[in-house]
Ligand binder design. Structure first.
Ligand SMILES: [Zn+2]
Length: 99
């Protein structure tokens, strides 16, 4: 047996990035996430059919940061919207739900 290694509880090894957290939560919620870059780094989240994000009241949310800013800022914004949860789309005339 070798030496036991102490792994710090709150060390970098165990702290997940906003991207990882957002991807994990989105997968659990059935939310579709797309990330892309150009002059702006952009993360788009799309709620499952019939539902909207409680935080925004919309079927989709987009977080953008300028390409010279940390992408984590966009992931953090999306993560915050995801954490607000999903609610049913209550709009009978909703164009997205009635497509
Ligand atoms: Zn709708």
């Amino acid at each position: 047996m070798g030496k036991k290694r102490q792994i710090p509880r709150d060390g970098p090894a165990v702290r997940a990035s906003p991207k990882r957290l957002a991807e994990k939560l989105a997968a659990e919620m059935g939310v579709d996430l797309q990330a892309g870059g150009g002059n702006l780094f952009e993360v788009t989240a799309e709620a499952p059919p019939g539902t909207i994000f409680a935080a925004t009241g919309t079927h989709g949310v987009v977080a953008q940061v300028e390409a010279n800013r940390p992408a984590a800022d966009a992931w953090r914004a999306i993560l915050s919207d995801l954490r607000g949860g999903l609610i049913a789309c209550g709009d009978p005339g909703c164009e997205i739900c009635n497509e």
